[in-house]
Design a protein around this ligand. Structure first.
Ligand code: UFG
Length: 327
């Protein structure tokens, strides 16, 4: 998928061997071929579902697995409201199967893709790992929270596990080559792919969901992070797996941006105009939150390096070179 392919580039670049398991529900195998093209290295791929028990027996016995990076989650907030059971089944039941099989095969190192959505977003704007969690506004968010709690309980039952939970803020951008990037199925739910599809002429205009929030320009504020910085956070987290323990880190830049600021940054970085209109608020959107990422800096020696211009330039470079994504 989008984030996983960038992590593969990062890890192969760092000299790791990478084995990928994916059911291709929201991804494309072509991304893996392009990862190989970018890095000049090979990876192994198994097309299998996270709930497929026999697939793990095959993968874990055919490969020497040091640790697992688990990002096999369904992630569309709106869809999760319509299909909560599918979300709990894939995300929560799937994680249980993965953890059981890891245990059975004596693999006890895992990095989990969590989300800022686990925070209680009514309780504060600048979020540290100690900020209150809970009060999710969607089934999707609740699956992330349940998995985090399950991983904590697992660690408390057996302190030989190494568990790193990474709370992503808003990943955007693409690899600088323009060969891999975000390729949503159908109408994008998220801001940046919507902007790039308007820019490439696939959508007529961007709807900005609300300009009457209590923020300087009235639009919501988020912490957008370049997907290659996010990938770098994972390679630092892999090093952390050398230690047994339960670790939680925010991966964000700490640089809040409003929706309008992102639109204007995109226009400036790429010399384009984005057609937009102000639309009603979207249910469940919090007005403002962003990361305090000091803990990742201190403990992982990681910090985001790319700014909003880089994110906008690289997102557009991907989209304009691949107007139809991987299709
Ligand atoms: N937005 C628009 N128009 C659009 C799309 C988005 O105005 O067409 C606005 C949203 O209202 C929001 C901002 O752009 O203010 C960012 O929206 P995204 O959908 O890109 O991202 P969210 O912050 O809503 O969602 C992200 C992750 C989710 C996660 C959530 C909460 O994508 O996985 O943060 O942490 F659950």
């Amino acid at each position: 998928g989008y984030i996983g392919s960038h992590i593969c580039v990062e890890l192969l670049g760092q000299g790791y061997d990478v084995t990928v398991m994916d059911n291709l529900a929201n991804s494309n195998e072509k991304a893996l071929r392009r990862v190989e093209e970018i890095t000049g290295k090979k990876l192994r791929f198994y097309e299998a579902d996270i709930r497929d028990r026999s697939a793990y027996d095959e993968i874990f016995s055919q490969n020497e697995i040091y640790g697992v990076i688990h990002m096999a989650g369904l992630k569309a907030v709106g869809e999760s409201v319509r299909k909560p059971l599918a979300y709990f089944d894939n995300n929560v039941s799937g994680t249980i199967v993965l953890l059981e099989k890891m245990k059975e095969h004596h693999i006890k190192r895992i990095i989990f893709s969590s989300s800022a959505t686990v925070y209680d977003l009514t309780q504060g704007e600048c979020l540290t790992e100690k900020s209150p969690i809970g009060n999710s506004t969607s089934p999707y968010g609740r699956t992330k929270l349940v998995i985090e709690q399950m991983l904590a309980d697992l660690y408390h039952s057996d302190a030989r596990w190494s568990i790193v939970m990474l709370r992503y803020f808003n990943p955007i951008g693409a690899h600088v080559s323009g060969r891999i990037g975000e390729d949503p199925n159908g109408e994008p739910n998220n801001l940046m792919p919507y902007i790039t599809q308007v820019a490439v002429g696939k959508r007529e205009k961007l709807n900005i969901f609300g300009n009457d929030y209590d923020t300087p320009d009235g639009t919501c504020i988020r912490d957008y992070i370049h997907v290659m910085d996010l990938a770098g956070g994972h390679s630092k987290a892999v090093r952390k797996l050398e230690e047994q323990g339960l670790f939680i880190y925010n991966l964000g830049t700490g640089q809040p941006q409003s929706v309008l600021a992102v639109v204007h940054a995109f226009e400036k970085a790429n010399g384009l105009k984005i057609n937009y209109a102000i639309a009603p608020r979207r249910a469940g959107d919090a007005p403002k939150y962003y990361a305090n990422a000091d803990k990742a800096k201190t403990e992982l020696n990681w910090e985001a390096e790319r700014g909003i211009e880089d994110m906008c330039r690289d997102s557009w470079n991907w989209q304009k070179n691949n107007p139809e994504g991987y299709r």
